[in-house]
Ligand binder design. Sequence first.
Ligand code: CA
Length: 221
Amino acid sequence: MRILLVEDDVALQRSLAAQLRRAAYAVDTVADGVEAEYLGDEEAYDGVILDLGLPGRPGLEVLRHWRSRGNRVPVLVLTARDAWHERVDGLKAGADDYLGKPFHPEELLARLEALLRRASGAAPGERLEVGEVVLDEDHQQVRVGAGPAQPLTATEYRLLRYFLLHPGKVLSKQRLTDHVYAYDDDRDSNVIEVYVRRLRKKIGAERIRTLRGQGYVFEAS
Ligand code: CA
């Protein structure tokens, strides 16, 4: 899952980005409203964390712009503590959730996770599983049926999580690349083939079907 983190407080941005990456998200960071608006329109994000007080263009304007263009990316706004009007304005502008500063990073991660689950139609709080494949999100491991827990690298984990959130759907290599890698990563879509092969070794080759010229399908059952 790929996240856009929009925050102009450099220290906060840095520490949040580090925590998000530890939680195996691909993260792009930006500190300016104009740049944020552009990236949100051009790149394929699964979610956005949006500070409201930004140089260049206020967060609320950025959000209104996205929504007016039909950009439905899930957005969690960061508001000033006790500023109830900011929370109201944020929700009216199309935010999906909000969090008042200062906040505990654990709460941000939990809210973000719930937001992404709802957006993909999966129930928040339930473990992520399709058929016999069960993802252990706390330890970044996968288990198949009664088999042993197998550790996943960060990229394998991001890719498998994306598959499990979109079972039965045709996912092109480009789409997988867009959602598994950050902007600054080396984004060669051929690398996805390598990671699919590694996942197949861990969970069974039959679970990820190749559709020639179209992409991959994670078997729904
Ligand atoms: Ca700010």
